[in-house]
Structure formats: structure tokens, C-alpha cells
Ligand binder design. Structure first.
Ligand code: SAM
Length: 295
């Protein structure tokens, strides 16, 4: 290994930006992590080993990618900004275990790309400092893709991290909390101050780790219907659950009576707010509404 300073050291990051006259695009969420200590903690939180295949989203100028390459078998990184591709080619030239794809992660066929680039028998991990403007769609795509990640370790805006791990009865709890906690055990590993980036974002950040959880039993009769119903239940957060149900099912009196019967049967008060319902309660309710022919 050469004596070149790490890409993520503040001096080298600034030198790379200057040398290439890099036009840093706020609109693409480009904030480069320049705290070596934090990068080491990310690698630890992901429990990376030489056996692992790693997907990274948004390598930027390669600061995190370098750490991933040093601590895993192979890194596959999706970067949307084509001006960064030749830069990455140079900053990461000493590593032979990195593949950079100039692709929008939201348009990529992830299962296909994984199949084409990775041997299937290795652990698969996702590690990324996400572009914050699309954190939720990225997470939803990844979680709903059915890809079996051994772990997901991602940095995001602290406020979004709080929503991911929120428990029922709190303001932060909502459809995103349920989508994540339905599939994974999610934890905030640590928080990261805005001063750790060049340029600094105007929010603080947090690293969240997600690992596959034991599936809920009973399971919802249909995951897509379940997700849609949960989303609808939180559509008007200030209104009661009943009002949200009316927005989902319409105002037909017969339908309303049947919903009331179902709610009685599963012992959920229509006056409750959706944010008080646990994932188990949502599943029981969705299955009961299905049995009643309403879903
Ligand atoms: N990994 C680098 C680091 O930690 O310093 C950069 C992280 S920066 C917060 C987010 C990166 O995601 C940027 O490089 C940005 O260009 C890239 N990005 C933004 N939207 C993307 C998309 N739709 N698909 C792939 N990459 C994207």
C-alpha cells in the first residue's frame, strides 16, 4: 500500500476537489465524509470481513469506498454523477476489488446487477453514506427488493434515522418505521455531527444498522396490500384512525358497518390514532379486513 493519505482525510479531500475543479452538486446530496474515526466506526458497525461482498450507494470521491475495499472481498458502487467516475478511477486505482457503476440507484435492477457481479455464496452487505434527498425511496426499494442482505449499514439525516427506529406512541413513528421494522431489527449505531463533512450539510446525521429479523407470525396475507394499508392509515396524522379508514374505504354505510365489526373483533378502537398501533396489530387488522372481503 502506498503512503498516499486516505481519500477521506480533510486535506486529501480538499486537494481532490481543487485538482479536478469539482463542481459539488448539492442537488445530488454531495457531502463528503472527512472524519477517519467515523469511517472506522462505520466499518465496525457493519462488521465487515474479507469474505463480504459490499454494495455502496453514492461513492462520491471514494472516501468510504476506500475503507470498504480494504475490509471486504469486493465492492460494487453505484454513482449517478458521471463527473465523479474518472475521479474515482484515479483515487481508487490501487484497489482491484472495486466496481463502479455510473447508474441511478433508483433505476438500477439491483438483483440482476448483484447476480452478474458477485458470487452468490458470500455474505452480502449494504454500506453507504446515502444521498439524503432520496433516503426513503432508496430504503424502500432495497427492503422491498427481496434481496437478502446480511446487514444494511447506512448514514442518513438524524431525523430520518429517528423515524426508522421509532416505537409506537411517539411522534416519529409512522409508515417508514413499520416498513423498516417489519423486515429488520433496526438500531441507531451512533450520530455524526455536520462538521464531519465537506461541504457541511445543514443537518446532523446518524448511522443506522439493519439486520434481518425473525418474520412476524402471523404474517400479513399480502405484503403489498399491508404496506399500502399502513401508508393510508398514516395519511392524515392528526385525524383519528377511523377518519383515515374512511379515507381508505370510502363512505358507504354498509362498508363502514363491516369495518366497525372487524375493529370490534380485533379490539381496536376507531378513536385511536394510527401511531399507537403496533406492527402486530396492523397485521391482525389487515388479515381480518381481508377475511371480511374488504381488502
Ligand atoms: N460516499 C461518499 C462519502 O461518504 O463521502 C459520498 C456520499 S454523498 C452523501 C452521496 C453520494 O450519492 C454522492 O456522491 C451523489 O452523487 C450520489 N448520488 C446521489 N443520487 C444518487 C442516485 N440516485 N444514485 C446513485 N448515486 C447517487
Amino acid at each position: 500500500m502506498s503512503n498516499t493519505p486516505l481519500i477521506a482525510s480533510p486535506a486529501r479531500t480538499q486537494a481532490i476537489i481543487n485538482r479536478y475543479g469539482l463542481n459539488i452538486k448539492k442537488s445530488l446530496g454531495q457531502n463528503f465524509l472527512t472524519d477517519i474515526n467515523i469511517l472506522e466506526h462505520i466499518v465496525q458497525a457493519a462488521e465487515l470481513s474479507e469474505k463480504d461482498n459490499v454494495i455502496e450507494i453514492g461513492p462520491g470521491i471514494g472516501g468510504l469506498t476506500e475503507f470498504l475495499a480494504q475490509n471486504s472481498h469486493h465492492v460494487l458502487a453505484f454513482e449517478i454523477d458521471e463527473q465523479l467516475v474518472p475521479i474515482l478511477g484515479e483515487t481508487l486505482s490501487q484497489y482491484d476489488n472495486i466496481t463502479i457503476l455510473n447508474q441511478d440507484i433508483l433505476k438500477a435492477n439491483l438483483p440482476k446487477v448483484i447476480k452478474e457481479n458477485f458470487d452468490q455464496d458470500r455474505p452480502l452487505k449494504l454500506v453507504a453514506n446515502l444521498p439524503y434527498y432520496i433516503t426513503t425511496p432508496i430504503l424502500m426499494n432495497v427492503l422491498q427488493s427481496g434481496i437478502q442482505f446480511d446487514s444494511i449499514t447506512v448514514m442518513m439525516q438524524k431525523e430520518v434515522a429517528d423515524r426508522l427506529v421509532a416505537v409506537p406512541g411517539t411522534k416519529a413513528y409512522g409508515s417508514l418505521s413499520i416498513a423498516v421494522q417489519y423486515r429488520t431489527d433496526a438500531e441507531v449505531a451512533f450520530t455524526v455531527p455536520r462538521t464531519a463533512f465537506i461541504p457541511q450539510p445543514n443537518v446532523d446525521s446518524a448511522i443506522v444498522t439493519m439486520t434481518k429479523r425473525v418474520p412476524f407470525d402471523p404474517a400479513p396475507f399480502d405484503e403489498r396490500v399491508f404496506s399500502k394499508f399502513v401508508k393510508g392509515s398514516f395519511m392524515h396524522r392528526r385525524k383519528s384512525f377511523w377518519n383515515n379508514l374512511c379515507a381508505i374505504f370510502g363512505k358507504d354505510q354498509d362498508v363502514k358497518d363491516r369495518i366497525t365489526n372487524v375493529l370490534n373483533r380485533v379490539r381496536i378502537s376507531p378513536q385511536i390514532r394510527a401511531e399507537r398501533l403496533t406492527i402486530e396489530q396492523f397485521i391482525v387488522l389487515v388479515n381480518a379486513l381481508h377475511e371480511e372481503g374488504l381488502l
